[in-house]
Design a protein around this ligand. Structure first.
Ligand SMILES: Cc1cc2nc3c(=O)[nH]c(=O)nc-3n(C[C@H](O)[C@H](O)[C@H](O)COP(=O)(O)OP(=O)(O)OC[C@H]3O[C@@H](n4cnc5c(N)ncnc54)[C@H](O)[C@@H]3O)c2cc1C
Length: 400
C-alpha cells in the first residue's frame, strides 16, 4: 500500500521534495556499488562527493553561510532515504558526521570560525566528518574522559587517547571534546570539558597518531584509536565557552539520536523490501514462500514495529522544529530505542526469509543484519536510551 511501504506516509510538501531529491541522487548508486565498497573496505567517495556536490553535506548549515538550512523535519527524511536507498545504515554513517558536525560550529563557533569554514562545508570543499568523544575508559560515561587540553602560551596542548573515532581518514577537520579542568577539580563532573576544532591535515603526524580498529560491520566506514601527544592547537580552536563543552555536546545529542532513529527506519524499510521481494519470488514445495505465515508474520510484525517507531521519530522532528526541547528528548530516546530494535527484527526476518541465501553477500541482507545489530550500540546503547526514558520521562532515580 503506497505511503506505508515507500516512506511517503504523512509527509509535508517540503518533506516530499527532500525525499524526491535525495532518492533521485542516491539512485545512481546501486546494490553492486555498495557490495563492492563493503568487499573492498573502501569509503564511498563517489557517493559522498555526489551528495556534497548537491549541497547535502551543508544540509544543516544556515542559508546565510551558503547551506541548505534544513530543519529536523527535513533532516530525518533525508537520512531515512539515504539508508533506505540501498546503502543501509553504513551509507548514512558515511555522511552522518559530515552533516552533523557543523552543528556545534553553527551554535557555538566564533564568527570568524563560521565565516571561514561553514561556506566551505556547504560547497563540499571541506569536511568535518569526525567527532572525537569516546575514550577507552569513557564510553557511555562520557564525563570520565581524560584527554586533556591545557593552556600553553597563546594556545592549547592536547594529550590523551580516544577510541572508536570514525571517518578521521576522510575528514579535513575534527571536533574534539577534552578536559580543560581535571574532573577532581570541578564541583560537577559535567563542568571543565571543552570543545575544539582540530585541523587534521596539520595535526596528523604532528602530535596526533591514528591506529585503525579492525571491525566486523560498516566495512567502508573506518574507525580509529587516536593518540594525542603534545598536539598544539591555536587559541581560536576553542568552540564556544571553555568548561561548558559537555553542555554544548548535550544540546545536540537528542536531535542526533532522532536522526539515528531515522537511519534505522531506512535500514529497516530496506530489509523488509528485500524480504518481501524474495518471499514473493522464491517457490518451495510448489508455491511462493511468502504464502507461509511463518514467513509472512515476522515481516509483517517488524513492519508494524517500524511504523510505530516512525510515528515517534516524526513527532520528535516536529518537537525539535518547534523548539519543544523536553519533548524532543523523550521522543528521540524512545524513537532511537524502538527504531533500532525494529530494524534488527526487520533484518533478522529478511535473513530468515532468504534461507541459506540469507548469509550470501550477493543478497545484501546479511550486511543489513550486521548493521542493524550495530544500531543497538551506537551512538548510544539501547540501555542508555532506556536510562534517559526511565529517569527523565518517568522520574525514576538515577542509577549511576
Ligand atoms: C562502529 C563504531 C563507531 C563509533 N564511532 C564513534 C565516533 O565517531 N566518535 C565517538 O566519540 N564514539 C564513537 N563510537 C563509540 C560509541 O559511541 C560507544 O561505543 C558507545 O557510546 C558505548 O560506549 P562503550 O563502547 O564504551 O560501552 P560501555 O560504556 O563500556 O558500556 C558497555 C555496556 O554496559 C552497558 N551499561 C553501562 N552503563 C550502564 C548503565 N548505567 N545502565 C545500563 N547499562 C549500562 C552499556 O549499555 C553497554 O551495553 C563508535 C562505536 C562504534 C562501535
Amino acid at each position: 500500500m503506497a505511503g506505508f511501504t515507500d516512506g511517503s506516509l504523512d509527509l509535508t510538501e517540503s518533506q516530499r521534495l527532500v525525499r524526491k531529491s535525495v532518492r533521485g541522487i542516491c539512485s545512481a548508486f546501486d546494490d553492486e556499488y555498495w557490495r563492492e565498497r563493503a568487499r573492498a573496505g573502501e569509503y564511498p567517495h563517489e557517493f559522498v562527493d555526489t551528495l556534497a556536490d548537491e549541497g547535502l553535506m551543508g544540509a544543516l548549515v544556515p542559508q546565510e553561510y551558503g547551506g541548505a538550512g534544513m530543519d529536523t523535519r527535513e533532516t530525518v527524511v533525508m537520512m531515512e532515504e539515504i539508508a533506505a536507498s540501498g546503502g543501509g545504515f553504513a551509507a548514512a554513517q558515511a555522511v552522518h558526521g559530515g552533516i552533523y558536525n557543523s552543528v556545534p560550529l553553527v551554535k557555538y563557533g566564533s564568527e570568524s570560525m563560521k565565516e571561514d569554514l561553514l561556506p566551505r562545508v556547504a560547497r563540499g570543499e571541506a569536511s568535518i566528518q569526525a567527532f572525537c568523544l569516546t575514550e577507552p575508559n569513557a564510553g557511555s560515561d562520557s564525563t570520565s574522559i581524560e584527554t586533556s587540553a591545557e593552556r600553553d602560551g597563546d594556545g592549547w596542548v592536547v594529550n590523551g587517547q580516544k577510541i572508536w573515532i570514525s571517518r578521521v581518514d576522510v575528514s579535513d577537520y575534527a571536533v574534539l571534546v577534552a578536559r580543560t579542568t581535571p574532573k577532581s577539580e570541578v564541583e560537577k563532573a559535567t563542568r571543565g570539558i571543552s570543545m575544539f576544532l582540530v585541523d587534521l591535515d596539520e595535526a596528523i603526524g604532528s602530535g596526533l597518531e591514528l591506529d585503525p580498529i579492525e571491525k566486523s560491520v560498516s566495512e567502508f566506514v573506518h574507525s580509529f584509536q587516536l593518540y594525542f601527544d603534545d598536539l598544539r592547537l591555536p587559541a581560536d580552536a576553542l568552540i564556544g565557552e571553555e568548561g561548558e563543552g559537555f553542555y554544548q555536546v548535550l544540546e545536540g545529542l537528542n536531535e542526533e539520536r532522532l536522526v539515528i532513529a531515522a537511519e534505522c527506519l531506512g535500514l529497516g524499510r530496506l530489509a523488509i523490501e528485500r524480504g518481501v521481494d524474495y518471499a514473493n519470488d522464491r517457490e518451495v514445495f510448489g508455491r511462493a514462500i511468502g504464502s507461509n505465515q511463518a514467513i509472512q508474520h515476522p515481516l509483517a510484525e517488524a513492519f508494524a514495529r517500524l511504523q510505530a517507531a516512525r510515528q515517534l521519530t516524526y513527532a520528535g522532528a516536529d518537537a525539535s522544529a518547534d523548539g519543544r526541547d523536553a519533548d524532543l528528548g523523550a521522543y528521540a530516546n524512545m524513537a532511537k530505542f524502538l527504531a533500532s530494535d525494529a530494524a534488527f527484527e526487520a533484518a533478522d526476518a529478511a535473513v530468515q526469509t532468504h534461507g541459506g541465501f540469507g548469509v550470501a553477500v550477493e543478497y545484501d541482507v546479511e550486511r543489513y543484519f550486521r548493521e542493524a545489530r550495530l544500531t543497538r550500540l551506537v551512538p548510544i546503547t539501547q540501555q542508555l536510551a532506556l536510562n534517559y526514558v526511565g529517569e527523565k520521562v518517568l522520574g525514576l532515580p538515577r542509577s549511576y
